[in-house]
Structure formats: structure tokens, C-alpha cells
Design a protein. Structure first.
Length: 500
């Protein structure tokens, strides 16, 4: 064997012995994303896409601790009203322009002022942004805000190209700052991203292309994973967990989430005669009393849909077990309906047309019927459901939330009078005052006392009925290595690769 042959043979052995990086990672999503503009978007699956598409000032780790991303360093003033951020100096947008302090300022101002921005209430504490130099900015607050870093570790802190977001079609052709850049989107079919060669941490991202594919049927989604047409899927059906665990070609990645699934009532729909449940809290209380969350957990969740009675998960300092006092009581529900002057009440529930939601709301339909509710179900494509909620085109609607590290992120936008995700149109000056004060404090004991007071009012008025805490059961091909499931349900691909 000559030297050249020996060299080629050695290279062949090395290639066969080493992991082969897949050119394309295919990810199965439960729903299709809505608009690809972080300031205007509201879907969970959209956040999964944004995790690879748009860098943020901060990120979180698996323990929900704040980590640097585009922000290299940060510090607070003594009075807690100025956040000074130092940016990394090697960040670039996908259009080749530099990520500097002026660009970050433009993004934060857009999140506050864009008419359609759904991030306004998340950054409402920001008074002004001052550019100190090319990589340093000072974010001045109206008052201290303990939740701000958590908000800037999500869509409110995603940094887009200012040159691009002036375009009217930014949501269809986003230009961001993440490890992957936008290539194409075919609605309800796929979103394609490709690796951005000039990304500041490009060496830690191993796929040339990402393809996100919405498949609402969990059985079909899993079948595509098993066949090799998908590499990772999110939210596998609870009934499929044991099958995934028993398949040597697959890996199961469970994680308890920080969010919830709930049902929101449109309190501004119709009037008290045509839509009484929106105008009489006794009817909403009766509806909640008709539901057995444990049955939902056992029948649909197979034990992983932990019942929820509040927006804060058990891992949050704001969580309080006393709010779990409500249990199913059909007799009491009927008595409340009678007190409100009704024997039966009609209600339409709109929900995302995926397997788990269909099962959950069919159960709710059956349980509530025993108490006097005639429920009609309106399964809806998920992005269309989000539009209906935003536009108020619903009576009651499924409202899922993936959760935030700080409790403010699980409540403020949904129940404050001007909250950008307040689909219920609920408004209480007392609740607003309590939530604003809780934002301004860092003492968790004092903050919890304020959240408890706000929850007492919300539990009485019931604009939202919380159903269960959202788990994030992922499954992947066994060849996918280095994947970690995070409590926020995001798919982070740093260090992830595929063998074979």
C-alpha cells in the first residue's frame, strides 16, 4: 500500500468513526406560526422559530437564570431605574449590518411605539434609551421593574435589523440577528432557515438548514419522526409517551413548563342578554365549578397535565396552594346559574385544532353540560385562532401561554387594563395598581403578597379559567445528540448535532 492509499484509508476510517453533521434538521411543530415579527407575534411555535432566527439581549438557561446573548454585560443603578447594557462587539444582522447600541435603541423604541406591537405592556416601564457609545446603552425606567430582564430574554428583547423593519413586509421577510437566517415560508407547510455564516457563535451551530413543519395531528407528527422525515418534534401526545420510550430509534425529552393552558372569556362580547356569561361572574364561576381538572389530567394528559388554578406554576415564588380550593361541584354550579336567572347557558369555545385540545374541550363540553351549559366547539387553525382572540371574534377561547421566568410575565399582559394580550378585556384599577407595585419591587415576599391580592380579585371575577400547567414533552431521533429540553419549551440548537 503506497503512502497516498494509506492516507486515503486513514481519512476514510476517521470519517466513518466521527459524527456526520446533517445538512438539514427538520422540526415538527404542533401548529403553524403567525407573523414572523417578534413585536407583533403571539404564538408559541413562532417563539420556537424565533429562537433560531432572532437573537435577544438576554437568554435563560435550563434553571431559568438570565444569561448573556447579545448583551455581554449589564448592571443596574443604585435606585434600580437605569439598566446599563454593554453589547458584544461582533454581532451582525442577516443583512450584514452591525448590531450596535443605536440598533438596540431603535428596536426597544419600536416595541414601545409600533401601533400593532404586542410587546408594549412588557416594556412599559422603559422611559427612554440613551446610546452612550457604539456598544453601550443606558435604559432609563419610569420606575424600577423587576421583570424587565426576563422580558428582554424573550420577544421584547429580540433585535431586528432597523434597516429592514421599516419595510411593510417585514413579517413575511424578517431580517434578524440569530444563528439562522430566513429563506422562505409556505403558509401551513414549512418555514425554512439557513445557517448565517457571520453569526458571532457560528461554530457552535452544526446544521446548514432548518425546516419547521406544522403538523397538528400528534399521531401523524410522531409517524413522521419514526419514519425519519422529522428529526425533532414538540408536544408529543401523552398517550404516545410509553411508545416513544420503548423505541430504540427515538429519545424522549420531558420537561415541566412554566406556562399553562386556559380558557378566556370575551367580557365585551354582545350584551348581558345575548351573552350573559360575559356580564355575570356567577355564570363564569358556575362554569369553572362544572370542570374536573383531574379528569382532564387522567384521561387526556395521562398524568402529565398537572391541574392549574392560577397563572403561576408551582416552581414560582408567586404560586400559592390556597387558590387550588375550587373542586368540581355540579350542584353548586346549578345553584349559581339559578341565582343568575338561568337554567341553561349557551357558549361557543374556539380552540386550536390539534389532537390534545380537541380531547380536552370535548371533555369540558361533556362535563359542563351536566351543570347547565350547552357548549358548541369551534376547532380553528391555530394562527387563525390567535387572530380571532386579538380581534375579539370569539365567545370563549383557548389561551395557552408558555410561561416566563418572572411571574409578571404570566399575568400582567393578560389582565391589566391595557395589557397587550388581554383578550378577555378585563379591567380592574385595583389589579392594575397591585401588579404595577409588584413590578417595582425586588423583595419576593412583598411581591408575592401583592400577587396574592390581585389573584383574589381575578379568582372572583374569573375572566380566565386556568386548566393545567403546560408540559413540554419532546421526542427526537436517537441520532440527534446534545439536545436539552428547557422549561420555556424553546428548541435551542447550540451544540446539537446528528450522528450517522
Amino acid at each position: 500500500m503506497n503512502c497516498v492509499t494509506k492516507l486515503l484509508s486513514a481519512v476514510t476510517v476517521l470519517v466513518l468513526a466521527s459524527p456526520t453533521l446533517a445538512a438539514d434538521l427538520r422540526i415538527g411543530l404542533q401548529d403553524d406560526a403567525d407573523i414572523l415579527d417578534p413585536h407583533r407575534a403571539r404564538t408559541f411555535v413562532g417563539r420556537i422559530v424565533f429562537t433560531s432566527l432572532c437573537d435577544k439581549l438576554f437568554d435563560i438557561n435550563e434553571k431559568l437564570e438570565i444569561q448573556p446573548q447579545l448583551a455581554k454585560e449589564w448592571s443596574w443603578s443604585e435606585d434600580g431605574k437605569t439598566l446599563t447594557v454593554t453589547l458584544r462587539d461582533n454581532g451582525k444582522f442577516h443583512d450584514g449590518t452591525t448590531i450596535d447600541a443605536a440598533a438596540v435603541k431603535a428596536n426597544l423604541e419600536r416595541a414601545k411605539s409600533l401601533p400593532e406591537s404586542l410587546r408594549k405592556s412588557e416594556v412599559a416601564s422603559i422611559d427612554s434609551v440613551e446610546v452612550t457609545d457604539a456598544t453601550t446603552l443606558a435604559i432609563h425606567l419610569v420606575k424600577p421593574d423587576a421583570s424587565l430582564l426576563s422580558q428582554l430574554a424573550d420577544r421584547a428583547g429580540m433585535i431586528l435589523s432597523p434597516r429592514a423593519f421599516e419595510s411593510a413586509d417585514f413579517g413575511q421577510n424578517p431580517v434578524c440577528s440569530g444563528p439562522y437566517k430566513f429563506v422562505e415560508r409556505i403558509q401551513n407547510d414549512r418555514i425554512v432557515l439557513e445557517k448565517f455564516a457571520d453569526y458571532w457563535d457560528a461554530n457552535n451551530f452544526n446544521y446548514d438548514k432548518l425546516t419547521f413543519i406544522p403538523i397538528s395531528d400528534s399521531t401523524v407528527r410522531l409517524a413522521n419522526l419514526r419514519s425519519g422525515d422529522l428529526d425533532i418534534i414538540e408536544r408529543i401526545a401523552p398517550s404516545d409517551i410509553e411508545a416513544v420510550k420503548g423505541d430504540a430509534n427515538l429519545a424522549f425529552y420531558p420537561v415541566t413548563g412554566t406556562g399553562y393552558q386556559a380558557l378566556t372569556f370575551n367580557l365585551k362580547k354582545g350584551d348581558k342578554d345575548t351573552f350573559p356569561i360575559g356580564y355575570d361572574k356567577r355564570i363564569r364561576q358556575a362554569f369553572e365549578l362544572s370542570i374536573d381538572r383531574n379528569v382532564i389530567n387522567e384521561v387526556v394528559g395521562q398524568g402529565i397535565f398537572q391541574p392549574a388554578y392560577q397563572p403561576f406554576p408551582p416552581t414560582s415564588f408567586a404560586y400559592d396552594k390556597k387558590f387550588e380550593s375550587r373542586q368540581r361541584d355540579v350542584a353548586k354550579a346549578k345553584a349559581l346559574l339559578a341565582e343568575a336567572g338561568h337554567e341553561r347557558v349557551k357558549l361557543e369555545i374556539a380552540f386550536g385544532n390539534n389532537t390534545a385540545s380537541q380531547q380536552v374541550y370535548e371533555l369540558i363540553q361533556a362535563m359542563s353540560a351536566e351543570a347547565g351549559f350547552d357548549i358548541s366547539l369551534r376547532p380553528t387553525e391555530f394562527a387563525a385562532l390567535q387572530s380571532a382572540l386579538k380581534e375579539g371574534n370569539f365567545e370563549a377561547g383557548q389561551s395557552g401561554w408558555s410561561g416566563r421566568a418572572d411571574p409578571d410575565g404570566n399575568i400582567h399582559s393578560f389582565v391589566s387594563c391595557k395589557g397587550n394580550l388581554n383578550d378577555a378585556h378585563f379591567c380592574s384599577e385595583k389589579v392594575d395598581a397591585l401588579l404595577e407595585e409588584a413590578r417595582s419591587l425586588t423583595d419576593t415576599v412583598k411581591r408575592k403578597a401583592l400577587y396574592d391580592q390581585a389573584e383574589e380579585i381575578i379568582q372572583d371575577e374569573l375572566p380566565i379559567v386556568y386548566l393545567y400547567y403546560q408540559p413540554w414533552p419532546f421526542a427526537a431521533r436517537a441520532k440527534v445528540k446534545g439536545f436539552t429540553a428547557y422549561p420555556d419549551g424553546m428548541i435551542r440548537l447550540k451544540g446539537v448535532s446528528s450522528e450517522g
